[in-house]
Design a protein around this ligand. Structure first.
Ligand SMILES: [Mg+2]
Length: 254
């Protein structure tokens, strides 16, 4: 087990459970990439059509996502400032994160969003200290050739890997899932960026009314629905406390 610790950082404290989670639209109420696209880029209609193409027509998420972000030309620092002013936290996340820290349940953020945006929003919304203990694996931002990210049309997304997802979230989860004696693994998400992670954990929380619910129903993937992190908090505490099993907790939309 010790030899694995460097590559599997969430095992360091020998937890009974690991909480993997999406960031945008899951920890936050608004998806920051959607917000940028809807308000500064090509708008909500084209963005929704892009999501439908991924869900129903098998279009790679990476391509739809790239088009969204390419339509946003405002300098990166201005985008970040606007997001800090407009993106709000799930009202129950902060308390859940504190509970996780007290109960040795590491939170691993797996995101298709860009690292500097996630770090800035988390520090702003949950505080520097709480944000610092969370592992974040995500895409990043890079300058376009000959530009700085803070120039007009100066930034581009730097993908985590070469997969059609841009960031294949299953790559982070699978090494933990493959261990013989391992912690219970949870995942929480809301949308098309979570499709690569949906089948990989013991219990999937999907946000009510969002695309991930549609996908799980279509693909027959067991899940439990959540409205905000107070729903997740209760189930995770019950499972970690041994009151219910993950199978009992996977109740679908009911
Ligand atoms: Mg999301």
């Amino acid at each position: 087990m010790a030899a694995l610790d460097a590559s599997l950082p969430a095992l360091r404290t020998k937890p009974k459970a690991i909480f993997f989670t999406d960031f945008d639209g899951t920890i936050t109420l608004q998806d920051s990439n959607d917000w940028l696209t809807d308000n500064l880029g090509f708008g909500v209609e084209l963005r929704r059509q892009g999501n439908k193409d991924v869900l129903h027509n098998g279009r790679p998420f990476r391509r739809a996502f790239q088009e969204m972000l390419d339509s946003v030309t405002k300098p990166f620092d201005q985008c970040l400032q606007l997001l800090l002013e407009n993106v709000k936290l799930d009202p129950a996340f902060k308390e859940f994160a504190a509970w996780c820290r007290e109960n040795n349940v590491p939170i691993v953020v797996l995101s298709g969003g860009m690292q500097p945006i996630i770090r800035a929003l988390l520090a702003h919304l949950v505080g520097e200290e709480e944000a610092a203990v969370m592992q974040i694996v995500s895409n990043d931002v890079k300058p376009r050739p000959g530009k700085s990210i803070n120039d007009e049309n100066g930034w581009d997304i730097q993908y985590h890997d070469e997969s059609p997802f841009g960031h294949d979230k299953s790559l982070q989860i699978r090494p933990y899932a493959a261990l013989q004696d391992r912690p219970v693994m949870f995942y929480a998400g809301d949308g098309v960026s979570d499709l690569s992670a949906a089948k990989e954990t013991d219990l999937l929380f999907a946000k009510a009314g969002r695309d991930l619910v549609t996908y799980c129903e279509k693909e027959n993937i067991p899940f439990t629905v959540f409205n905000d992190f107070s729903d997740i908090h209760k189930v995770v505490a019950d499972v970690v406390g041994g009151k219910i099993s993950v199978q009992q907790a996977a109740t679908g939309t009911k």
